[in-house]
Design a protein around this ligand. Structure first.
Ligand SMILES: [Fe+2]
Length: 173
């Protein structure tokens, strides 16, 4: 029998980024896309939160850009169940690093990085964070200075339009 979400979540230790991505993939296999409610702009459902990790099932019925943010020292693994989602690490002085992922693809992002995700309308994703998120930092330019604003762990991060504009053209791989 396939392991339950509780079994999957019982890792006994914090996880590396690639392990989060693998766990997101395993958790996604337990999700039935057909029964997800499709009203509103989307939703965030907590699949689990324990000492070592937390996992969310996110639906994005409307497109949404998270803006640049950090996870306060938690790494993340993301698995795309449906639709498309792009991930971009914040880079300075080089080409932008934007990569788009489709159904069945996953990626991992390090605990000390700053990134944004841009979800197409219709995307369904599973995110596993380890350790559980204590806080989120949002990044935006104010008077050409990069500023970090701390936010609560369980709230979506807002877009960062000025920083996005300043980084130049976005080319997706
Ligand atoms: Fe993130």
């Amino acid at each position: 029998m396939a392991p339950s979400l509780d079994d999957l979540a019982d890792t006994g230790r914090t996880l590396a980024p690639e392990e989060c991505a693998e766990l997101a993939r395993a958790a996604a296999a337990r999700i039935d896309l057909a029964v997800l409610p499709r009203e509103g702009s989307g939703s965030f459902e907590l699949l689990w939160r324990n000492e070592h990790s937390e996992a969310w099932l996110n639906t994005w019925w409307e497109a949404r850009d998270t803006g640049f943010h950090d996870h306060g020292g938690s790494c993340v693994g993301v698995f795309v169940i449906d639709g498309r989602a792009a991930n971009e690490a914040l880079t300075v002085g080089g080409p932008r690093r934007v990569r788009s992922y489709g159904p069945g693809e996953s990626f991992a992002f390090r605990a000390d990085g700053i990134h944004r995700m841009d979800h197409d309308a219709g995307a369904v994703t599973v995110h596993v964070y380890s350790p559980p998120i204590a806080s989120i930092g949002h990044y935006e330019l104010v008077d050409d200075e990069l500023r970090r604003t701390a936010g609560p762990a369980d709230e979506g991060s807002p877009p960062s339009p000025r920083l996005h504009e300043a980084l130049g053209p976005e080319v997706r791989a």
